[in-house]
Ligand binder design. Structure first.
Ligand SMILES: Nc1ncnc2c1ncn2[C@@H]1O[C@H](COP(=O)(O)OP(=O)(O)O)[C@@H](O)[C@H]1O
Ligand SMILES: Cc1ncsc1CCOP(=O)(O)O
Ligand SMILES: [Mg+2]
Length: 278
């Protein structure tokens, strides 16, 4: 990958303190709020549309997470998406659980109409989102959706989707992360398997992407830097936690590293992946 691009962006990211509005699920809400604080952002979890007119005049980015759906939550997500359009607030949509129900897929495409900067999910969720076969169970990705052929099929489907939705970039996370943004495709390969075993890791990545958008990073830079940063923190957590590593120890070190790594000037040198122009 272009090391000049990575070095230049790494000097900028996490140096400001954007206010990130999250309409999200109760399961991982606190982890998400703390992850944002640990990367110098300010979270506000707010889902009452009555305060959106005032709130959107103050916020820098919006994270919409479909994790815990209800009729009220659907109304809140749609309202926030409309306000983001009105206020030009950069928006990330996390299509959590889209491989579970057609209700979520329908809502995801309704939200896509408002031209969010990013739509993300794990590989199984994003395969379902693209109409491909998916082995997703619940909100988790499945290893059968992460093989070379499967990722190639998914990347091609996302490259087609970008032609229909040119204002939106797409991210599918897993052992290898697929980013399709404009005519560029990235395959990123940092991280450790333990990241798949802690609830909220994908949710936290979505929030960190929103934070970088909120501080003015481009969509391409926000995606590459947020995913890589988070996953390198996972690599450090595994190293620090010893072997065998308990998942509570892993999470302790992961969250610690989120708050520490951005003080290391050369953290970006650990970024692994490749970029192709479609
Ligand atoms: N097997 C794995 N190896 C390395 N990194 C992983 C693995 N599984 C997930 N990750 C990383 O963990 C984060 C969450 O991804 P994922 O588990 O796919 O999302 P979700 O929590 O939404 O299912 C992403 O940054 C992803 O790159
Ligand atoms: C378990 C669960 N159920 C509804 S949302 C949620 C958390 C999903 O978090 P992530 O997508 O980061 O694994
Ligand atoms: Mg997820």
């Amino acid at each position: 990958m272009d090391t000049q691009f990575l070095e230049k962006r790494a000097k900028k990211v996490f140096k400001e303190s954007p206010l990130v509005h999250c309409v999200t699920n109760e399961i991982t809400c606190e982890s998400m709020a703390n992850a944002l604080l640990y990367v110098n952002s300010k979270p506000i979890m707010a889902d009452d549309p009555r305060e959106f007119q005032e709130l959107f005049s103050q916020t820098d980015a919006l994270l919409l997470n479909l994790g815990h759906l209800s009729p009220d939550r659907e109304k809140q997500l749609m309202a926030a998406s409309e306000y983001a359009n009105q206020f030009n607030t950069p928006t990330v949509i996390d299509v959590v659980g889209v491989s579970v129900s057609s209700l979520r897929k329908k809502l995801a495409f309704e939200l896509l109409k408002n031209k969010p900067q990013v739509v993300k999910g794990n590989t199984s969720e994003m395969k379902k989102f693209c109409g491909l076969s998916s082995h997703g169970r619940g909100v988790d990705g499945h290893v059968l959706d992460q093989g070379k052929e499967s990722l190639q099929e998914l990347a091609e489907a996302l490259q087609e989707l970008v032609k229909t939705y040119p204002d939106t970039s797409f991210l599918a996370t897993g052992a290898v992360d697929v980013i399709v943004t404009g005519d560029k495709t990235y395959l990123l390969s940092n991280g450790v398997p333990e990241l798949d075993k802690r609830t909220g890791t994908g949710d936290m990545v979505g929030a960190i992407i929103a934070a970088l958008l909120g501080q003015g990073e481009t969509v391409e830079s926000s995606l590459v830097m947020a995913v890589s940063y988070f996953n390198i923190c996972g690599e450090l957590a595994k190293e620090l936690g010893g072997s065998p590593i308990g998942m509570e120890d892993f999470n302790y070190h992961l969250m610690n590293e989120l708050s520490l790594l951005h003080e290391q000037e050369n953290w970006w040198q650990s970024i692994k992946g490749e970029k192709t122009n479609d």
